[in-house]
Design a protein around this ligand. Structure first.
Ligand code: GAL
Length: 668
């Protein structure tokens, strides 16, 4: 297991570098990421390169035994480029053109920008592609960060038309696929179509979904150009990108495909504040984290779900490319970490499947946007709380090695798909209906029970799971249906939820009885569906312990077909259209359809029943605020509270101190 740090040598006098690397070595740092925002230092004028400072920086780091990860600097084009070629600047949905002075202000579809981006990457790779101190590359930085996933500039107008022409071949096919006859939207040629910018108020969801797909593919193509150059000139280096956890606007699976492994930037006190809005029920109190947790640890359930998503991108171990190591500067509330919290986050990441932890950042900056962000060192160069934790963790290096040598594994997977996420986001039909939130109901229930769970795409390997949960398989494409059908036939239990099978791949409503193309697989027909206002409930009864009660939020009346079993019914509705939960056996497995949107408690009860049937057991009995993870034989217990807790593991009682970690060797 390795530790790393994000370093900006260009921000500090060279006389300081030697002191910095010495402090890095003393704290057990092995890897340093540099360069990702330094284009104007590398190429201060067009075609005038200055590599000497970077040569010296890599040399100083390398001679101290540190390995270097280079970031390609394309998130921050230099000003000469923006002024000479304003067509590289992105345009937001409201037609505002972004300008120099920030980052990520480029358009990935600008052919000019693409050419310059290839040039700088080639120049870097020619210089460092076989450098003995360099081990790998991070492409760009956080694709989509700062609301930059979708661009509406003239380059994108042209590229979107071309993308549509390639997808639909004829304009008649597009008109049909989009239902363009509605409100006289029909087009006579692809060049008449524009990206759905803010000037179009009631947008066509088929057009918007295609634009989202196009935007996602634009970044994949843009990234691939850099990958091709690096594969050619740096054949022995790894290539990765730093993702943003539960970030929604780009297809992370498609981006991860050509990378060697995925990484993400984990900010446990920052992201929960953003994500709470689409993960917890819409009426939840957003003012602070669940009070069971200590005030400075963030919200571990949400962060663990982001770990799960990143782990699922390639179903492999991953890195944390930026691990928060003190307070951050960009949330509403930015508490400083107390002693022990950075260690807790580090173990949390490792427990979830990370093998390398790179801290952000080395030293607090004296200038520009991130002045209030902490690093391992303070502004004045003295060591800060994260550094102290890192020093303390050196005593645990062997234990980290033991844990990271084992795989993270789960018997249950939540199924996730970007089309489903985006289509529901476009037409939630009920305040707060969101695929991530629906997944989170199950994620949270499993996490709180101490049951490992993966979050994967339908395109991943599903054969390794005993249970699959697809809360809303909304856009029913053939690949997704084939993937789940196959898994069920091989023995998996599949739980499908409301609004499944509703849409076609071009985001039209199916003309078949619901759940459309999933109707045969699930052995059900949905007779009616309702988006329920707050307080409106349907009484439900079920032999499954804890499941009886009320269906709220969203309900569907199910008519079971032939041999489909009924596991819950709506009390006040007549047969045969009163089923609320059904189960159909298929091959070696079974398919359940849950007709309402469950509460946390109902999801917990249903999962407990299904787990019992499949022989899936929680890792340990967990008190509230204590989380557990397993890597092979190693059980990792993490206490996110300010109190002592006792955890029962088998016959043992394990006491765990506030914000502390216990690693226990516990053969499965
Ligand atoms: C990340 C970004 C870093 C830095 C950090 C601050 O999103 O990649 O460059 O800005 O946030 O928390």
């Amino acid at each position: 297991m390795k530790f790393g740090v994000c370093y900006y040598p260009e921000h500090w006098p060279e006389s300081r570098w030697l002191i910095d690397v010495q402090l890095m070595r003393e704290a057990g740092i092995d890897i340093v990421r540099i360069g990702e925002f330094a284009w104007s230092k590398m190429e201060p004028q067009y075609d005038v390169y200055d590599w000497e400072w970077l040569d010296r920086a890599i040399d100083v780091l390398g001679r101290a035994g540190l390995q270097v990860v280079l970031g390609t600097p394309t998130a921050t084009p230099p000003v000469w480029l923006s002024r000479a070629h304003p067509d590289i600047l992105r345009v937001d949905a409201d037609e505002l053109q972004r300008d120099h002075g920030t980052r990520r202000h480029y358009c990935p579809n600008s052919t000019t920008y693409r050419a310059y981006s290839r040039r700088i990457v080639r120049a870097m790779a020619e210089r460092y592609g076989t450098h003995p101190h360099v081990i790998g590359w991070q492409i760009d930085n956080e694709f989509g960060g700062g609301k930059t996933a979708r661009c509406y500039c003239p380059n994108c107008v042209t590229a979107f038309s071309a993308w549509l022409a390639a997808r639909y071949k004829s304009i008649e096919t597009l008109n049909e696929a989009w239902g363009a006859v509605f409100w006289s939207q029909s087009y006579a040629g692809f060049d008449e179509i524009r990206p759905p910018h803010a000037g179009v108020n009631y947008k066509n969801p088929s057009q918007v979904l295609d634009f989202y797909r196009f935007s996602a593919e634009s970044y994949v193509a843009y990234q691939q150009e850099q990958i091709d150059i690096l594969r050619d000139l740096a054949p022995n280096h790894f290539i990765t990108h730093n993702f943003m956890g539960l970030y929604r606007d780009l297809d992370q699976h498609a981006l991860a495909k050509a990378l060697d492994f995925a990484t993400w930037d984990a900010y446990p006190t920052g992201f929960p504040e953003r994500w709470r809005n689409f993960l917890y029920a819409p009426d939840a109190d957003f003012s602070r984290n669940d009070p069971v947790y200590a005030y400075d640890v963030g919200e571990p359930v949400m962060i663990n779900m982001a770990h799960a998503l990143t782990r699922g991108l390639k179903q492999q171990p991953f890195w944390i490319m930026e691990q928060q190591c003190g307070h951050i500067n960009w949330a509403g509330l930015n508490p400083q970490a107390r002693r022990g919290t950075v260690r807790l986050w580090t173990w949390q990441s490792v427990a979830a499947g990370a093998d390398v932890i790179v801290f952000f950042r080395w030293r607090s900056t004296l200038f520009a946007h991130e002045q209030y962000h902490s690093g391992l060192l303070r502004h004045d160069g003295s060591t800060d709380v994260g550094y102290a934790d890192l020093l303390a963790m050196q005593a645990e290096r062997r234990l980290f090695d033991v844990v990271t040598s084992e795989p993270h594994s789960a018997e249950i997977a939540l199924l996730f798909d970007w089309d489903d996420l985006w289509a529901l986001e476009l037409q939630p039909h009920r305040t707060g209906f969101d695929l991530m939130r629906h997944l989170f109901v199950y994620y949270r229930a499993l996490e709180r029970m101490g049951v490992p769970v993966d979050l994967v795409s339908y395109r991943n390997d599903l054969s390794r799971y005993k249970m699959l949960i697809a809360p809303t398989l909304h856009v029913a494409d053939a690949l997704k249906i084939a993937a789940v059908t196959d898994a069920v036939e091989q023995g998996a239990t599949l739980l499908l939820g409301v609004r499944s099978g509703f849409k076609t791949p071009s985001n039209l409503v199916t003309d078949q009885p619901l759940p459309g193309a999933l109707s045969d697989l699930a052995g059900v027909m949905i007779v009616t569906w309702e988006s329920l206002p707050p307080g409106v409930e349907w009484a439900v009864t079920s032999p499954i312990a804890g499941l009886s009660g009320a269906a709220s939020y969203w309900m569907e009346r199910i008519r079971p077909k032939n041999d489909t079993e009924i596991l819950a019914t709506y009390l006040d509705l007549p047969k045969p259209d009163n089923a609320a939960l059904t189960c159909r056996s298929l091959g070696a497995g079974s398919v359940l359809y849950l007709g309402w949107y469950p509460t946390h408690e109902q999801a917990t009860s249903l999962l407990q029943a299904l787990m019992q049937e499949k022989g899936i057991r929680p890792i340990a009995e967990l008190p509230e605020g204590v989380h557990a993870s397993r890597r092979g034989q190693q059980l990792i217990l993490l206490n996110f509270t300010d109190s002592h807790h006792t955890v029962k593991v088998g016959k043992d009682q394990i006491v765990i101190a506030p914000r502390d970690v216990r690693v226990i060797s516990a053969p499965v």
